[in-house]
Design a protein around this ligand. Sequence first.
Ligand code: G3H
Length: 256
Amino acid sequence: PTMEKWTGRSSLERRLQEYLGISAVKIVAGDCDRDPVTKNLLGLKTAEAFVSTIENGQIIAVTGGSTIASIPNYIEKANDLQELLFIAARGGVGEDIGLQANVIAASFAEACGGKYRTFYYPESLSEETHKAFQNEPSVRKMIQLYEQVDCVIHGIGEAQTMANLRESSTEEKEMLQKTEAKGEAFGYYFDRTGKAVHRIRTVGIQIDQLERVPLIYAVAGGISKAAAILAYMSTAPKQTVLITDEAAAQEMLKQI
Ligand code: G3H
């Protein structure tokens, strides 16, 4: 039965990888929605993949969220990881402190024995102030640094869940419903065709910059995220490696 399970999961990985047209799909057992241990398995799987592909001296941008926060626990300090630099894929405050990208970048650095650089950016700025802020030297420096990123590790959120977590305005939530936003990543919201229908006012890695990043890990699991993952995958760069769980993978195949 173990062998059968193994074969089942690897054929699922292949089918999804071909359908999504990305570099690879890795699937762990379980369902994040029902069992918190599954999130740790995602963390472990991603940590293993990351450590085996990253090279010393590289720059890694990470996003926030509980899934990405689970990865550093499974990284061990190693001499050849000490020159890694971790940064937040977007500046942002307002979310649960432990799940903010800046904090997660710091825990990655601590786990590896590497370095990190924080980037704080208020998310509640008016359109005008947001525009002005983008000309700040510290912000411009960060945008330049995003050009040099070698690896991105990011989560994917279900659109309405993310809007609720962010305490978005009723107006914003209605707009997300109207535009049929399904998934969220890096502060962008995507509909089922992968079109970015909305973006929160922050500074972060841009979609066109992402295209130039050689190594991308997208990590998300749970049945409730299946539609969100599919939405984002319609636009994800080809070099993306998706790390997900069995429940989300099965549900994605049903929805395809
Ligand atoms: O951008 C996606 C979200 O940050 C995912 O959060 O891993 O806690 O579900 P989560």
